[in-house]
Design a protein around this ligand. Structure first.
Ligand code: R5P
Length: 295
C-alpha cells in the first residue's frame, strides 16, 4: 500500500466507495468536541502521501476541523496531502457584490492552499473566475465533472431518451451543454432574474422549443431550490411533458426537495457529494480516475 485514505465520520459511505475503487483501506479521523464547542481532531496513522476525503457542504465547522487536522497530518510526517472535497464551498462569492463584503472565494481558497498540496473537487461554482487553479499559488487543482458521472447513469435510465437538456440560467449553460453533448441531445437555458436569496424570475427565451418535450434540468448547485422550482414551473407552463432534475451538489436547504416535487418534478437526483436525501449518482468512479496517479 503506497497511500492512505482518510475521511471524517460523515463521509464514511462515499469515502468508502472511493477506497474500494482505489483498493486502499479507509481510516477515519476521530473528532472530540470540547464543552465550549472547540474541535480536536485526531488523525489516524498516515502515509507520506495521504488522501483526505471531506466534502465541504455546511462548511464552517468542517473547514476549521480540516485545517486543524492538516496540521496534525504534517506533524506525523505526511509529505503530500491531497484533499478530495467533492463540494468546494464559498465559490459563489467571487466578488464584492455590495460594499463591505469580502471576496470569500479567495479567502477560503487561500486557507486550503496553505494546508494542502492538491485539491480534487467536482464542478466548482466558478462564474467570473475562469479557472480554479488561478485561486491557488501552491496547491495543484483537479476539477472533475459531475456530468461524467451523470452521462453513463442516464444512458441506462429512462430520463435521457429524446430529452431537452435545460439549464435554469446562463451560468448553467456549461453544465447543460456538457451533458447534452455527451448524450447527443439538444440543450438550452432559461433567462433568470434574481431578486433575492429565495426570489427568482425565469422565462423561456425565444427559440427554445419546450412544448411536448421531456426535459432534464441540469445545474451545479441546488440550495433553497428557488431557482429550480421556478424553472420547473416555467417549463410546465411552456408545455414540458415531464421534468427530471439533476444537480451535481444537492445542498437542499430549507424545504428544497419538497418544493421541487410540489412544483412538478418527476425525478430528482444529485451526486453523492453532499450526502443528502435524493436519488444518488455516485462520484466514486470519476474521483478514482482522477486519483490514480497518486497510487
Ligand atoms: C446560481 O448561479 C447557481 O447555479 C444555482 O442556480 C443557485 O445557486 C441555486 O440556488 P437556489 O437553489 O437557492 O436557488
Amino acid at each position: 500500500m503506497s497511500i492512505a485514505l482518510h475521511a471524517f465520520e460523515e463521509d464514511r459511505a462515499p469515502a468508502g466507495r472511493l477506497a474500494a475503487l482505489l483498493d486502499t483501506p479507509l481510516s477515519l479521523v476521530q473528532t472530540h468536541t470540547f464543552p465550549d464547542g472547540e474541535s480536536l481532531p485526531c488523525v489516524p496513522k498516515a502515509m507520506p502521501t495521504t488522501l483526505v476525503y471531506r466534502s465541504l457542504d455546511r462548511p464552517n465547522a468542517k473547514l476549521v476541523e480540516l485545517l486543524l487536522a492538516a496540521d496534525a497530518w504534517r506533524r506525523i510526517g505526511v509529505h503530500r496531502l491531497v484533499l478530495v472535497a467533492p463540494y468546494l464551498p464559498y465559490m459563489r462569492q467571487d466578488k464584492v457584490f455590495s460594499e463591505g463584503e469580502p471576496v470569500s472565494q479567495r479567502v477560503v481558497a487561500g486557507l486550503l492552499d496553505s494546508a494542502f498540496d492538491r485539491i480534487v473537487t467536482v464542478d466548482p461554482h466558478l462564474h467570473r473566475t475562469k479557472s480554479l487553479a488561478s485561486l491557488f499559488n501552491h496547491a495543484e487543482c483537479t476539477v472533475v465533472r459531475g456530468g461524467d458521472a451523470l452521462i453513463p447513469f442516464l444512458r441506462s435510465s429512462p430520463f435521457a431518451a429524446g430529452s431537452l437538456i435545460v439549464g435554469p440560467d446562463a451560468e448553467s449553460e456549461q453544465w447543460a451543454r456538457y451533458v447534452a453533448e455527451g448524450l447527443g441531445l439538444r440543450h438550452g437555458v432559461l433567462a433568470k432574474q434574481r431578486r433575492g436569496d429565495r426570489d427568482v424570475v425565469l422565462s423561456v427565451p425565444p427559440g427554445l422549443e419546450v412544448h411536448g418535450a421531456p426535459v432534464l434540468l441540469v445545474d451545479d448547485i441546488c440550495s433553497t431550490g428557488a431557482t429550480l422550482a421556478a424553472a420547473i414551473r416555467t417549463l410546465k407552463a411552456a408545455g414540458a411533458k415531464t421534468i427530471a432534475v439533476f444537480v451535481t451538489h444537492g445542498l437542499w436547504t430549507d424545504a428544497a426537495i419538497g418544493d421541487l416535487r410540489s412544483a412538478g418534478a418527476d425525478w430528482i437526483a444529485a451526486s453523492d457529494s453532499c450526502n443528502q436525501p435524493a436519488e444518488e449518482v455516485g462520484l466514486a468512479k470519476v474521483l478514482a480516475a482522477a486519483l490514480r496517479n497518486e497510487i
